[in-house]
Design a binder for this molecule. Sequence first.
Ligand SMILES: Nc1ncnc2c1ncn2[C@@H]1O[C@H](COP(=O)(O)OP(=O)(O)OP(=O)(O)O)[C@@H](O)[C@H]1O
Ligand SMILES: [Mg+2]
Length: 252
Amino acid sequence: MTEAREMLRVEKVSSGYGHVGVLEGVSIHVMHGEVVTLIGSNGAGKSTLLKTVAGVLSPTGGSVVFDGRDISGITPEKAVEAGLALVPEGRRLFGSMSVGENLELGAYARRRSRSFSSEFAEDLEIVHELFPVLGERVDQSAATLSGGEQQMLAIARALMSRPRLLLLDEPSLGLAPKVISEIFAILDRLRSRGVTILLVEQDASVALRHADRGYVLRTGRVELEGTASELLANDDVRMIYLGSWKKSVSGT
Ligand SMILES: Nc1ncnc2c1ncn2[C@@H]1O[C@H](COP(=O)(O)OP(=O)(O)OP(=O)(O)O)[C@@H](O)[C@H]1O
Ligand SMILES: [Mg+2]
């Protein structure tokens, strides 16, 4: 990292679903070029936090500042235009549409840009280089892709919006270890290209090995934060999150 500039600041954010409060005064930040991970058990509020940053949910308190601009309560469309892209848990592809059409939809927010067609061609090239399998399956419907291919398409679709901050929710969900390694190798390449990533992962071990820093969320609050190596060495993290990871892996 050449200069330390803040890309995202979530300040004392509360958020939830209707009357159900989930997040309570959560504060996190992400610097330009960083990979930051959120870890925590099921229901801790990780997806809720990403959805609140991406404009899918509006915070009921606190603020979300992106590149110096207060975007609290922004619509999801405006969030994409501002440079945020969410790869949601469970991928949410348009199953009956082809791989190519899903990628086109990813670029939709930028359609009014003057140099759109040349940028679109450039971005497709980058995406096909990162994910060669998608190039081979342009006309195949998304629903018929394997789980790993669907996750690759979900990430590729997000990249088509030229995000400055990629919000990734559980990219490893339901995938075999070999496919998880492939996905994380691609995230490492994105990171070396300077893409900033906020990554939610239940597999804390994988997440911390690929991140600069992390936050541990517990029942809607930040319980612990630190560099990836600090968290990997933390006794509570080891026992609660890394221990449970080992159990779940040996149990499958
Ligand atoms: N659409 C919804 N309506 C009401 N409550 C919800 C909704 N989505 C999530 N919740 C609740 O919000 C809390 C936090 O959920 P969230 O999805 O943010 O957890 P998470 O940390 O992402 O968990 P997981 O690891 O299982 O994905 C949970 O108690 C959940 O039941
Ligand atoms: Mg989740």
